[in-house]
Design a protein around this ligand. Structure first.
Ligand code: TXD
Length: 308
C-alpha cells in the first residue's frame, strides 16, 4: 500500500503523521511546490518512526513523479481560508491547483482512489472528478467526517461524556448551509433529544456550522488542520483496509437525494473501491429543504467555473 499526499502544509503534514502513526501504508509520498519543505517534514517524520514505533517510510519532494503507483492520493494542496475570506473566494485559484494535480495523478497513479480536502470542498471534488476523468466512485471529498466530528466533540463536551459514545451525521455541502441532522445524533444509541433541550442542541448545531470560521478567527493565519487531517485519514484507512465504514462524504450524485451532476455530502459506505454505496435515507420535509439549499449553493459554485 502506498499513499500520497499532495501539499505539505498544515493539513498535508498532519495527514502524513496520522497515516504514519496508524501504519496504514508502508510508503507515504508527499509532494509540494515549496522547495525543501516537504523534504524536511518527511525526513523529520521518518526519523520519529523508531521512537514512535511506526514503520512507515515517508518521503517528501517537489516532483509529482514520486506519487507513482499510489493506491490512495489525498489532495490537500491549495490556498487556505484567511479571516473574512469566504470559501468561494478560493474557487478559481484552487481549481487551477486541483487541475494541475489531477494531470499528474492521471499520469502516475491512474488506479488510485482520490480523497479531496482542498476548499471549496464540494466544488473542488467535482473539479478533481472532471479533470481526472476517473470513475466518480473513486473521487471523494472529505468534509462530512470533519463536520460530524466537530458536532460530536461539542455534544460530548456539553454532556461531559466520552467522545467515543457520541454519534452524529452532518449532511450537505461543506459550507455555512451544511445540514447537521438532529435526529441522527445519539449517545450510545440514546437519541440526543432525550439528553439535551432543543435550544441547547440548536446552539451546538450553530457552533458546528460555524466550526471552520471559529478556528480561522482564532488562528488568523490559516484554517483548521488536526481535525481535518484526522478525518481524511479515517477515510483513507476505511479504503486501505476495506472497512466498509459508514460516513458522510462529498460524493458524485446522479439522482440520489434528488440531485444530479453535483458533489455533496451524503452518507456512504467506504471500502476498497472508494464509494461502495450511497445510503439513501428518508428525510423530513425540513431536512430535504435544507439539503437542497446546500446542493444549490454547491451547484452555483460549479456553475461559476464551468458555466451553465
Ligand atoms: O473540510 C475540509 N475539506 C477542509 C479543507 C478543512 C480544512 C482545510 N481545508 C482546505 O485544505 C483549505 O481551505 C485549503 O484549501 C487546503 C489546505 O489547507 P492547509 O491548512 O494545509 O493550507 P497550507 O498550510 O497553506 O498548505 C497548502 C499547501 C502549501 O504548502 C502550498 O505550498 C501547497 O499547498 N501547494 C501545492 N502543492 C503541490 N502542488 C501545487 N500546485 C500546490 N499549490 C500550493
Amino acid at each position: 500500500m502506498k499513499i500520497s499526499v499532495i501539499g505539505s502544509g498544515n493539513v498535508g503534514a498532519s495527514t502524513a503523521l496520522f497515516l504514519a502513526e496508524k501504519e496504514i501504508a508502508r510508503e507515504i509520498a508527499v509532494v509540494d511546490i515549496v522547495e525543501g519543505m516537504p523534504q524536511e517534514k518527511m525526513l523529520d517524520m521518518l526519523q520519529a518512526g523508531p521512537v514512535e514505533h511506526y514503520s512507515t517510510f515517508t518521503k517528501g519532494s517537489n516532483n509529482y513523479a514520486d506519487i507513482d503507483g499510489s493506491d490512495i492520493v489525498i489532495m490537500t494542496a491549495g490556498l487556505p481560508r484567511k479571516p473574512g475570506m469566504d470559501r468561494m473566494d478560493l474557487l478559481l485559484k484552487n481549481k487551477e491547483i486541483v487541475e494541475n494535480a489531477a494531470a499528474s495523478i492521471k499520469k502516475y497513479a491512474p488506479g488510485a482512489v482520490v480523497i479531496v480536502v482542498t476548499n471549496p470542498l464540494d466544488v473542488m471534488a467535482y473539479a478533481m472528478y472532471k479533470a481526472t476523468g476517473f470513475n466518480n466512485k473513486k473521487v471523494i471529498g472529505m468534509a462530512g467526517v470533519l463536520d460530524s466530528t466537530r458536532f460530536r466533540a461539542f455534544i460530548a463536551e456539553s454532556l461531559n461524556v466520552s467522545m467515543k459514545d457520541v454519534s452524529a451525521l452532518v449532511l450537505g455541502g461543506h459550507g455555512d448551509d451544511m445540514v447537521p441532522v438532529k435526529r441522527f445524533a445519539s449517545v450510545s444509541g440514546i437519541p440526543l433529544s432525550e439528553l439535551l433541550p432543543d435550544e441547547k442542541i440548536n446552539a451546538l448545531i450553530d457552533r458546528t456550522r460555524k466550526g471552520g470560521g471559529e478556528i480561522v478567527s482564532l488562528l488568523k493565519t490559516g484554517s483548521a488542520f488536526y481535525a481535518p487531517a484526522a478525518s481524511a485519514v479515517l477515510m483513507a484507512e476505511a479504503i486501505a483496509r476495506d472497512e466498509k465504514r459508514v460516513v458522510t462524504a462529498a460524493v458524485y450524485l446522479d439522482g440520489e437525494y434528488g440531485a444530479k451532476d453535483v458533489y455533496c455530502g451524503v452518507p456512504v459506505i467506504l471500502g476498497k473501491n472508494g464509494v461502495e454505496k450511497i445510503i439513501e435515507v428518508e428525510l423530513s420535509a425540513e431536512e430535504k429543504t435544507a439539503l437542497s439549499k446546500s446542493v444549490e449553493s454547491v451547484k452555483s459554485g460549479i456553475k461559476s467555473i464551468y458555466g451553465a
